[in-house]
Structure formats: C-alpha cells, structure tokens
Design a binder for this molecule. Structure first.
Ligand code: ADP
Length: 542
C-alpha cells in the first residue's frame, strides 16, 4: 500500500525560496580579486541569482547543458551554483589549480557550453584557447572596471551580463533525480572522472550535513568553507548553510593564507570553518608566530587527507577548539564519516578523545559502510581487521559521466572506495591507506598513513610522506620523505628513534630523506604519484 503523502521533489532551488522567506537578512561576505570585503544579504544574493538565471536563458543555455566554473569561493560562484542547478542545467565546477592539459581534457569531455571564469584564472583559459572549440562563450566574474584585455573570443563581463536582466524568475520544478552538478575527481589515480550529482542526492546530503553530530550547522553559526567550491561542492556547505540560514564567509583566492584566514575569523566572528589538513597546519603556525587568536571558532572540520594528531592537539591546547575529522570522496558527495563523541565515550580523558579524533569518524546516516577481504568477505568491526572500504547510499555515485563501461560498483552494488580501513566496535573508521599506497613488504601490509602521522607528530617535522620503494629481499620497503620545521634541525637517526617507540619494528622506514618541500595535488593533498616519479631511481642504502 502506498502512503498518502505529497510527492514534492527535492529541488536545490527550494533552498533559495525557503531561505528568502525565512532568513532574508543573513549575510554573505566574500573576498574577491576586485573587492577585499564584499558583503550583501541573502535577499540581494537571490535577486542576482534570478537575474543570472534569466541571463543563462538569454545566452541560449538549456536544461542539461554543462555550465563550467573556474572560480574561487566567493559570492558570484555561489550565485552560479544556484542559478545553474536551479535552471535544470549542470553546474560543472573545475579546479583552476589542475594542470592545464587536465582542465582542457575536462572541458572537452564534459562538453561545457559556457565557462564562467575568475579574473585571476583568465590567463589559464587564454593558454588553452585553441582547445575550447566547443565552448560558446566565456563570462569573466568581475565588473566592467576590472575587465581584462583578452584575445579570447565571445567574452562578456558577469556584472554587465546580469545587470540587464529582470529580477523575477520562476524556478522550474522537475524530477529530483535530474543532474545538478558535476565534479571531476582530481586525478590522483588516473584520468579525471566525472561524478554527476542530482538534486535529490545534493538535498539529502545537505540535510545530513546539518545534523548536530555531522557538521552541526545552525542558523546561529557563521561558516567559512575554506574547502574550495570546486572540490566536491565545497563539502556541501553552500547548500547546508542556506538550509539553516547561517551567515557565510567566502575567503576567495587567498584560501591558504593564515593571515587572511585569521583576520576573517576575528572580524566576521566565524564559528565553524572547514578545510584540508594543510590549511590548518598553515593557520596553526601563523597563530603561533603572530600570537594572534581565533576565539570565535567552536569547531574546525578537517578532511580530504589524514589529520595528524599534532593539529588536533595544537588547536585543543592553545585555543580550546575541537577538530572534527571527516572522510569522504568526490564520489560520496563527499560526506561519508565524521568524528562525533559517542555518549558512552563522553568521560574519556582528553588524550583518548584526541586519538578518536585522529580516526576518520563514524558513519553518517544515509551511508552504509563495510570492510571486505580480498575475497569480498565482510570483516568484523573489531578495530584490528582491515580491508577494502565499501560504501552504499543515496549520495554515492553509481557510475561516472560518459564512462559507461567503467562501473565503480561491485556485483552487490557497493562502491569500492579504493581505501583500506579498520572499523572499531564503536563504529570509528580508520583509513590505514589507499589501496595503491599500501606498502607490501614480504607478505605484510605497512600503512603509509600511520608512519606519516607518527613522523609529523615530531615537533621538528613539518610534513612527511611515505612511499614504498623496491627492495631486493622484501619487494617493497617504506621510504620516509620529510620536510623539517623552519629553524629546526633533525637527522635520520633521530627520526628513526622517534618512530621506533610509535610503530611496529617491521614498519620502520628503511631510510629517511629530507626535502625542502613535498609536491601537493590541486586539492592540497600530498601528491604521491609525483613523489614516486621523483624517487623512481631511488635505491635503499645497503
Ligand atoms: P582524489 O580521489 O582525486 O584524490 P578525492 O577528494 O575524492 O579526490 O579524494 C578522496 C580520497 O581522499 C579518499 O578516498 C581518501 O583516500 C582520502 N581521504 C579523504 N578524507 C580523508 C581523511 N580524513 N583521512 C585520510 N584520507 C582521506
């Protein structure tokens, strides 16, 4: 028997309509290339978003068309999120920090019809001009006063484009399974693959993200997504914020700069911010050097890569701030697991809590997870057994855009994440490695993440990466590559002795090499592909 409830569709534009009614005066603050502090209200934002929707129509964009953005986190990018998806078009966010040939590949593969580009990213498109043959027009995200001189064809100014438009627009209603946005994986494991989100998946993810034990977003919060809006929809924060009516602060192009972040946090009284570990590492060292504070912050969300204990303890001890680690992927929208303290764990001593925070978190309702052996058998949640992490849920991808032959699902319909993990009896999941990064030494698996975390806990080490290198006896052994903290000196023996009390003897790296810096991917993770290339001729000392 069917229930007798209305069959209304979950629409991203529904967030705009609701927020316009309920929170019209909430603020959105942005740093942009043409204005260091732009601020306006939700109501003004939504008025411009409707003008943009009219402009898209006038340009000839149609439902289903991919509209690309190459932009930082700011209010114009936010307007695009809603105007494009709300018009049944697909908001295709592209990472401007990818290699130019990857950007060209992605634009061609997605067949983007229009590209909306940040002022600072115009030179990237100029360099790719001869590869943009399918693109009908380029819109520069600025005003007339800042329009660059460019030889690119069919270029218009964003502010001029929308100024001419009506302020009224009726958001269409359509099937909630319609595609809403598109994000290509950053390609750390091969050619970028397109993950195509729907209105339904985005809205269910937005509901879940606001829950108290997930990102815990509330209308009382001021939220700063430092995680880029081109990286898995800014972890869904541009949607969750509207759902609860939170003030939003977009840090613009200066996302990695500790000084800018500290100033924004203090001036705008930010309560929650989200970003990858490198961002927090940078902010923490800036705060230590400058003696400045970030007292309004209640919680920092960290994800995208393993968060070292030193970051968790640093923010706790100096600032009383809780660092909540989460795990996810482009393919999981991204929220999969997030740290929250179980009621049964509430009396744990602070150091035990920190150890839980250093794990990747507990499952979010809406995502099922399991770990499986190489034969596909489900492994126990005992905190010891480790295996392939598999997930299933309404915001997990079931296929890649225009890659019909490459189903990412196993025969039971689970998505294999490519991560290796343990899950403890309390449900805390811990990534021990990515399948391809695990070091296979003899018959044993050594976790590169465990070694990296233990190494960066040493106060003299700023950053560390471990890769497997050929070894004649063991086939592979770990090589630790480290960056020293500024003004400190440390040698191989000191690091090995530090590690020997923290990891199993068989995991100890066979060598430690110091470098000035480690290569990072466009999303701020250590680029192990590049490191393996850099050390491809490396041989362990006898
Ligand atoms: P890409 O796959 O191109 O690197 P994603 O952003 O989708 O881009 O990366 C997802 C991967 O990042 C996960 O599969 C996992 O390996 C890693 N990851 C994400 N969050 C964490 C975390 N908190 N700890 C450890 N690894 C993480």
């Amino acid at each position: 028997m069917r229930g007798l409830m209305m069959d209304t569709q979950l629409m991203i534009s529904g967030l705009l309509r609701s927020a316009d009614r309920n929170y019209p005066d909430r603020e959105i603050v942005s740093v942009t290339a043409d204005n260091p502090r732009h601020r306006y209200t939700y109501r003004e934002s939504f008025r411009r978003t409707r003008q943009l929707a009219n402009a898209l129509n006038r340009l000839g964009a149609e439902p289903g068309d991919r509209i690309a953005t190459l932009a930082w986190n700011d209010y114009r990018h936010f307007e695009l999120y809603y105007a494009v998806s709300g018009s049944a078009m697909v908001c295709h966010t592209i990472n401007p920090k990818l290699y130019p040939e990857q950007v060209a590949y992605i634009i061609q593969h997605a067949e983007d019809k229009f590209i909306f580009v940040d002022l600072l990213v115009v030179p990237l498109l100029e360099a790719l001009a001869d590869q943009l043959t399918g693109v009908e027009g380029i819109v520069v995200l600025t005003d007339e006063a800042h329009m660059p001189k460019t030889a690119l064809p069919n270029v218009v100014c964003y502010e001029t484009l929308i100024a001419a438009e009506f302020e009224q627009f009726e958001w269409p209603e359509f099937d909630e399974n319609t595609a809403s946005s598109l994000c290509y994986t950053s390609g750390t494991t091969g050619n970028p693959k397109g993950v195509l989100y729907s209105h339904r998946s985005t809205m269910l993810h937005a509901y879940a993200s606001c829950l108290p034990d997930v990102l815990g977003l509330s209308g009382h919060d001021t939220i700063m997504p430092i995680v880029p809006m081109f990286h898995v929809n800014g972890w869904g924060i541009p949607y969750g914020s509207l759902l609860v009516g939170a003030k939003i602060v977009f840090p613009g192009p200066k996302m990695g700069d500790g000084e800018t972040l500290q100033a924004l946090i203090e001036e705008e009284s930010i309560t929650i911010a989200s970003g990858v570990p490198t961002i927090w590492l940078g902010l923490l060292s800036y705060l230590k050097e400058s003696g400045k504070r970030i007292d309004s912050i209640k919680r920092l969300s960290v994800g995208g890569a393993a968060c070292p204990l030193s970051i968790i303890e640093g923010f706790r001890d100096e600032f009383g701030i809780t660092v909540c680690q989460g795990w996810g992927m482009t393919e999981t929208s991204p929220l999969g697991t997030v740290f929250s303290l179980k009621s049964s764990n509430k009396d744990l001593p602070a150091d035990e809590v920190a150890k839980l925070q250093a794990k990747q978190g507990r499952g979010v309702f809406g995502i099922e997870m399991k770990i499986a052996s190489p034969d596909g058998d489900e492994l126990p949640w005992d905190g010891v057994a480790f295996g392939a992490l598999k997930v299933r849920g309404s915001w997990v991808c079931s296929g890649y855009f225009r890659l019909d032959n490459a189903s990412p699902l196993d025969e039971d319909g689970w998505f294999d994440t490519g991560d290796v993990a343990t899950i403890d009896p309390d449900g805390y999941m811990q990534i021990t490695d990515r399948t391809k990064d695990v070091i296979k030494s003899g018959g044993e698996w050594i976790s590169s993440i465990d070694l990296e975390n233990a190494a960066v806990d040493n106060p003299k080490v700023a950053e560390a990466a471990v890769i497997g290198r050929y070894h004649p006896k063991w086939s592979e052994r770990p090589l630790l590559i480290a960056v020293k903290n500024a003004g400190t000196d440390v040698n191989k023996e000191e690091i090995l002795s530090w590690l020997s009390s923290r990891v199993a003897k068989m995991s100890l790296p066979n060598d430690v090499v110091f470098v000035d810096e480690l290569p990072h991917t466009a999303t701020g993770k250590i680029n192990k592909l590049a490191l393996r290339e850099q050390f491809k001729d490396y041989q362990f000392p006898d």
